[in-house]
Design a protein around this ligand. Structure first.
Ligand SMILES: [Mn+2]
Length: 356
């Protein structure tokens, strides 16, 4: 929170209202869903965390860096915040995100006293660089996820349903300490593997099917994200060749992903490999994304990205090719950007099948 306050002077504000649940989580370590928590951070003095009765007792025990105030039944949460802003003599307050009705109400109540300034990017300046404490948790989430992927290789057999594969992966991750999944597990098999977000259905996996498996564990609210493409049974020559190109593309991107690199150039390094293989038209999404408390965070790795990588960014690198009527292949790892290179946090073989 002290880092946030360093930005106050530069941004011309002397307080900040945090409404986004992931920003609330970042500053307090406490998860309140659906925007039920509001955190008021003044330049001077302690931050106030406003929660409803349902979260109050838990927040008092678990929320850090703030004192907790309950919004009682029938009480107007906005009114409480306005009173506190006036009491603290905050003349200019930034906020991350407000729905239009709340913005209208606060603006009207504060008119002539305090200016409301949208600062949606301010918290990303902090969250985009993971500190050592966060990295410990992200490493753990990535490790658990790698174990989950190992389970996928162990259990995949022709005749299984997609959801059965997902169940084995998620069970393996839970047993190793996962707090939940980062997103709904994708097990997309056969022709469905050509759908980049193919979910997980009750389709029966057949001999020779490509199976795109995209999974992530969470650990203390930090997330991982990993993809491998497997084949149930014996892979074909064409499947093997396509995989090779995708893996080469990922290697090229990992090599170019160093602090200071332009995100769009890292994307280009992978896209170039895919292009040389004549598969460019099948690589239909960006190369990757930042990850942390949320599964999709800045920086973006895509041809349009204006971001530049910094040491302490944690990103995914996930090239893929999706040939409708044939199938899709994607590999993805979580990667920590360091001064002199990238470090993979997820680990595991890239093979379509592991002989046992
Ligand atoms: Mn991803």
């Amino acid at each position: 929170m002290s880092l946030l306050k360093d930005f106050f002077l530069r941004s011309g504000i002397n307080g900040f209202l945090v409404m986004n649940e992931f920003n609330v989580l970042y500053f307090t370590g406490f998860r309140v869903e659906h925007g039920r928590g509001r955190l008021l951070i003044p330049m001077d003095g302690e931050a106030a965390f406003y929660v409803y009765g349902v979260d109050y007792e838990a927040a008092k025990v678990e929320a850090k860096n703030c004192y907790v105030e309950v919004i009682k039944r029938g009480e107007d949460a906005n009114r409480k915040i306005v009173e506190r802003i006036m009491q603290l003599n905050i003349k200019s307050i930034g906020f991350d995100s407000l729905n239009s009705i709340t913005y209208f109400k606060l603006n009207r109540a504060l008119r002539g006293f305090c200016k409301l300034k949208p600062k949606p990017k301010l918290t990303w300046k902090l969250r985009i660089i993971k500190d050592e404490d966060e990295l410990l948790l992200m490493r753990k989430a990535a490790e658990i996820t790698s174990e989950g992927m190992k389970a996928a290789y162990d259990v995949l057999k022709p005749g299984m349903k997609e959801y059965e594969v997902a169940a084995e992966i998620e069970y393996a991750m839970r047993k190793r300490g996962s707090w939940g999944t980062s997103f709904e597990t994708i097990v997309a098999s056969g022709l469905r593997s050509a759908f980049p977000h193919g979910w997980c259905t009750d389709r029966k996996i057949e001999e020779g099917d490509l199976v795109v498996i995209d999974v992530g564990a969470t650990y203390r609210f930090y997330r991982a994200d990993m993809t491998r493409t497997l084949v149930a049974g014996e892979p074909s020559k064409k499947q093997e060749l396509m995989l090779q190109e995708v893996v080469k593309a990922q290697e090229a991107a990992v090599k170019s992903a160093i602090a200071g690199a332009k995100a769009k150039e890292v994307d280009a390094s992978a896209r170039e490999v895919i292009k040389r293989a004549g598969l460019e038209e099948y690589f239909v999404h960006g190369l990757g994304h930042g990850i942390g408390l949320e599964v999709h965070e800045p920086p973006a790795l895509s041809p349009e990205s204006k971001d530049r990588l910094k040491a302490g960014n944690v990103i995914t690198i996930e090239p893929g090719v999706y040939v409708v009527g044939f199938g899709g292949i994607r590999v993805e790892d979580v990667v920590l950007i360091r001064k002199k290179g990238a470090e993979l946090l997820t680990h595991g073989p890239y093979a379509l099948r592991i002989q046992t």
